[in-house]
Design a protein around this ligand. Structure first.
Ligand code: AMP
Ligand code: MN
Ligand code: MN
Ligand code: MN
Length: 283
């Protein structure tokens, strides 16, 4: 297969992105993306819209989602690609994974109130389109709007992360379930942005090994939040573990994400692109 400008990770208003699925499709096309996937957090409610919009633009499309997983007391994200987005077990699993986000958000707001930031729940809600999907990104936008921080990067340095005000640990899906939902719906599971986890080397080895044992087949080597050194490091990990490689900007919106749709460099030629496993699943 020729080298493709594939972008297989981004978010719409159906989770915590700021553009609709239709606007993302148009932006992907305009930016030269040749294979696209919308990967909203714990949600496939935007898939039909993304698919229809991509089809109207003659933009090849893979279904997608990004599942929140608890592994070794940390949160890990598993991207699913190319599954049947009407699969009942997947829909039910995602629904269960989403539940509890509202209560968590109330607790986050309570913590922020205690450090002198009132009204964060209502403030964050102004940015939410999907009532089941209130995320830390929505709080971050409100904290910028309220003048508490200058941008969302500063928010995540000072708030909402482990040990900082506004962080509420949450029990997400298990690694086994997340991979199984994706695989049994006909898709491929991908470890998202592996350099972003605060795992030690032993836990990381456990993540990669267990992920493979459960049927996971790929890892994101290129993502908006990897430096070129991190991309090189995870290219080696992909080769070592016999995983295919994925590429996705993790775009959340203009002015907020540093990496635009379609803007990543090409994958290392030694890697097997994940889309080679999914040629039958492209719409
Ligand atoms: P949640 O699923 O509610 O825990 O929120 C996770 C989301 O918060 C991620 O998908 C990003 O949209 C955002 N986020 C987390 N950490 C950062 C960061 N360091 N910089 C920017 N956005 C972040
Ligand atoms: Mn997000
Ligand atoms: Mn993520
Ligand atoms: Mn993401």
């Amino acid at each position: 297969m020729p080298i493709l400008n594939a972008d297989l990770h981004c978010h719409s208003t159906v989770s915590d992105g700021t553009l609709t699925p239709e606007a993302l499709a148009a932006r992907a096309k305009a930016n030269g993306v040749e294979l696209w996937a919308l990967t909203d957090h714990d949600e496939v409610g935007g898939q039909q819209r993304a698919l229809d919009a991509a089809r109207a633009l003659a933009l090849p499309y893979l279904t997608g989602t990004e599942i929140s997983v608890s592994f070794c007391d940390l949160t890990v994200h598993i991207v699913g690609l190319g599954f049947d987005h009407s699969n009942a077990a997947l829909l039910q699993g995602l629904h269960r994974t989403r539940s509890g986000r509202s209560e968590r958000a109330q607790e986050m707001a309570e913590q922020l109130r205690r450090v002198g930031i009132p009204g964060a729940f209502e403030g964050a809600l102004k940015y939410v389109s999907n009532p089941e999907l209130i995320s830390r990104a929505h709080f971050a936008r409100y904290l910028v709007e309220a003048g508490v921080c200058k941008d969302v990067q500063e928010v995540f340095r000072k708030y909402l992360t482990d040990g900082k005000p506004g962080f509420v640990p949450h029990r997400w899906a298990s690694l086994r379930d997340a991979v199984r939902w994706i695989v049994e719906a006909g898709g491929v599971a991908v470890i998202a942005h592996p350099a972003r986890y605060n795992h030690g080397p032993t836990q990381e080895y456990a993540l990669f090994s267990e992920f493979k044992a459960h049927g996971g087949q790929a890892v994101e080597v290129l993502t908006g939040s990897h430096s070129s050194a991190e991309a090189a490091q995870y290219a080696e990990m992909a080769l070592e573990f016999g995983l295919a490689a994925s590429r996705g900007s993790d775009f959340h919106g203009p002015g907020e994400s540093h990496c635009d749709l379609g803007a990543l460099p090409p994958l290392d030629a030694r890697l097997r692109p994940v889309w080679e496993l999914l040629s039958e699943r492209v719409h």
